[in-house]
Design a protein around this ligand. Structure first.
Ligand code: GLY
Length: 678
């Protein structure tokens, strides 16, 4: 029997959601590779909306709401499991040094001048914060380093023993009847037409009605989201038995260091912030840095015995805010990217997402955390926003398009949806390539003049530094151009799969963390460069399982197109005629059938030699075109790129406008009624 909801991930977010859903009556399965590897296990357990100095207003609200849920949430868990979660409303003290110029420190200094001798509350922070002067802070917290000049007191910040919390969540989930599948590797999320149809795991495919991706720092390997691991190293010491009372009963949060005392005499010291991918292990320099900072802040710990060293990976997003809510797939919910605040945000994440999944209730706060904030414009756009009609070599962007250039005002009512591929939105329907240009400059100017937003790059040629492929990273602005890695040069499915994986790494190096696209080419035939349908289907099936958005290059075979679509490909890319031949549309009848039947975008690829052919393919209803040789080998490449841009737009407009019916005899343009006859 399949579950109602299958959750991928073994951390606090996954478990909290699972329990919330189960309590509301859903049948829930959790799949996790290794619960101990989750950031939950590595964390320090600070609940610190104040001390983390969160500036984003929506995030402040999310954190504060979650903090307020904590006492009740942990109490219920404790009652249910008899496991003490170590929730402790201990407050956090954030000392500052003389040589520091922290934003809040400055604000404090100013406020303190006008309000000398009294504690001051900051009106603009939703977490109350009080400034303590030097004398006050040393009195309040004996044992601070001599250099501490003052500090902030966040009385509402708290802590939980994150490992005890994880145990309690696990025990609660088990006794509530959540099905836990541990030690299972999720290899890919299988998608078809904006639906998740299964989750490929090391022990087979799992199915559910709804899926939740809560895989933290590993999310990006399963779904194209800009989530990357940010490593944190940590250690703990223990207060020796000869020290009668706990020397610390509140968290100390200094400059790039925090010291978290537990009631059981452990003291957690953290954490480094390292952009080193998933590189494991503690390093001497990491631990040295932590120890130096911790001893400076609270010197007596220098003699405490070290208990444990460890590390973990925070799931970070470009704006450091989580990704919560719906996804490009209708039955997939995202709960990841909690970065430094996963423990804190667990209860609110569980509550809001359970409301969303089971009751389709969208809390207004969720809008600020939607994945689409990282994408370009995604709504239906009027036709007039096409990036075209500028002169050669000029900036061709949606923003600078001059609507007045469309003289016929009727056109402004003709609306078109932008091209959508695997949940990503593109305004331009023309894709280009980087091969065969005379020079890098020619290529750069042509890409600009084409107005394209997708450029395909041969991974193998980049790997081997083939002519024209050196310096590609710098040649184009990859913040504006989406890279479509292709597997050109691969003769077998195995090779293509390997090169696709390299392509994903290449995209990451260009800063496109969420790019899982691959243009799949499996071409054993060197003369006509015709793709191998069987190898292509095999490779596509595997790559879809691995979470790629697969854009397969195929002969214009409608049955193959259907099989690829059923396998979960993001588009199909039938050829017009052999690659680089410039022979134009030789497969019109078959492309027409593919267009009629496909529910994924149809991209006509290869063989288009002239703008008239580009326009014709678009008039037929192709969703997009990929044109390389016809531009690169034209006598004036940028001018041809511009012409192709215009032709693509013209063809699309013509398709939307609906051409006149063909007649086999002439019909006069002027009506005959009212003419004078003799
Ligand atoms: N929450 C603290 C950290 O991520 O290091």
């Amino acid at each position: 029997m399949t579950s109602d909801v299958l959750i991928i991930g073994g951390g606090v977010i996954s478990m909290a959601i699972a329990i919330e859903l189960k309590l509301r009556g859903a049948k829930v399965t959790v799949v996790s590779r290794d619960i101990q590897a989750a950031a939950t296990h590595a964390a320090a357990g600070m609940l610190a909306p104040g001390a983390e100095r969160i500036s984003d207003q929506a995030m402040q609200e999310l954190c504060t709401r979650s903090l307020y849920l904590y006492p009740d949430w942990t109490r219920k868990l404790e009652e249910f499991t008899s496991i003490n979660t170590g929730y402790w409303s201990c407050g956090i003290l954030a000392p500052v040094y003389q040589d520091q110029t922290r934003g809040q420190g400055e604000k404090a200094a100013k406020q303190e001048k006008s309000d000398r001798g009294r504690e001051t509350s900051l009106p603009d922070s939703s977490s109350p914060a009080y400034w303590l002067e030097k004398e006050a802070i040393h009195q309040y917290q004996p044992g601070l380093g001599e250099e501490v000049l003052g500090g902030w007191w966040y009385p509402e910040d708290a802590q939980v023993d994150n490992r005890a919390l994880a145990q309690a969540l696990l025990a609660a989930a088990k006794s509530l009847g959540v099905e836990l599948k541990e030690g299972i590797v999720v290899e890919g999320i299988q998608q078809q037409q904006r639906q998740v149809v299964g989750v490929q795991t090391s022990t087979g495919v799992l199915h559910a009605q709804h899926y939740v991706l809560a895989a933290g720092a590993w999310s990006n390997s399963l779904f194209p989201l800009p989530v990357r691991p940010v490593k944190g190293q940590m250690l703990s010491v223990k207060v020796p038995e000869f020290v009668p009372d706990l020397p610390l009963t509140r968290v100390l949060y200094g400059e790039k260091i925090y010291i978290v005392p537990r009631r059981d005499r452990r003291i957690i010291i953290g954490a480094t912030v390292e952009d080193v991918g998933l590189t494991p292990h503690n390093t001497p320099v990491g631990i040295q840095t932590l120890l130096q900072r911790a001893i400076r802040l609270f010197p007596q710990i220098q003699n405490y015995p070290i208990q444990e060293l460890w590390w973990g990976f925070r799931p970070a997003t470009p704006d450091e805010l989580p990704i919560l809510g719906t996804s490009p797939c209708e039955n997939l919910t995202i709960a990841t990217g909690h970065y430094r605040n996963g423990i804190l945000l667990a209860p609110i994440t569980a509550r809001l997402l359970a409301d969303l999944i089971l009751e389709q209730k969208t809390d207004p706060l969720l809008c600020d955390f939607h994945y689409s904030r990282f994408h370009t414009k995604s709504s239906t756009t009027p036709m007039v926003t096409y990036p075209t009609l500028k002169t050669q070599n000029s900036e061709l962007t949606t923003e600078n398009f001059d609507k007045s250039q469309l003289r016929n005002s009727e056109l402004s009512t003709l609306e078109d949806s932008p091209l959508q591929i695997a949940g990503k939105t593109f305004q331009s329907r023309l894709m280009t390539g980087t091969g065969k240009y005379r020079s890098i400059e020619d290529m750069q100017q042509s890409v600009t003049a084409s107005g394209c937003q997708i450029v395909t790059v041969a991974v193998r040629r980049v790997q081997t530094n083939a002519p024209g492929h050196e310096g590609l990273a710098e040649a184009l602005d990859w913040t504006k151009i989406w890279m479509l890695p292709n597997t050109a040069g691969c003769q077998t499915a195995e090779e293509a799969i390997r090169v696709a994986r390299l392509g994903r790494e290449m995209a990451k190096l260009l800063g496109q963390e969420d790019n899982n696209f691959v243009k799949l080419e499996v071409i054993p035939d060197p003369k006509y460069l015709l793709p191998d349908p069987i190898g292509t289907l095999q490779a596509a099936e595997q790559l879809v399982k691995e979470g790629f958005a697969v854009l397969p290059y195929i002969n214009a075979d409608p049955m193959l197109a259907r099989h690829l679509e059923e396998a979960g490909c993001a588009t199909v890319m039938p050829l017009a005629s052999p690659i680089g031949s410039g022979q134009g549309l030789k497969t019109t009848a078959n492309i027409q059938i593919i267009i009629e039947n496909a529910k994924v975008p149809v991209v006509v690829d290869a063989g288009i030699g002239a703008p008239s052919e580009a326009a014709q393919a678009m008039e037929m209803g192709a969703d997009a075109l990929l044109i390389n040789s016809a531009i690169a080998l034209a006598q004036n490449s940028p001018a041809m790129a511009h012409a192709m841009n215009l032709a693509t737009v013209a063809g699309r407009l013509a398709y939307l406008a609906g051409r006149m019916p063909l007649k086999s005899y002439a019909i006069a343009s002027s009506p005959l009624t009212g003419t004078i006859t003799s």
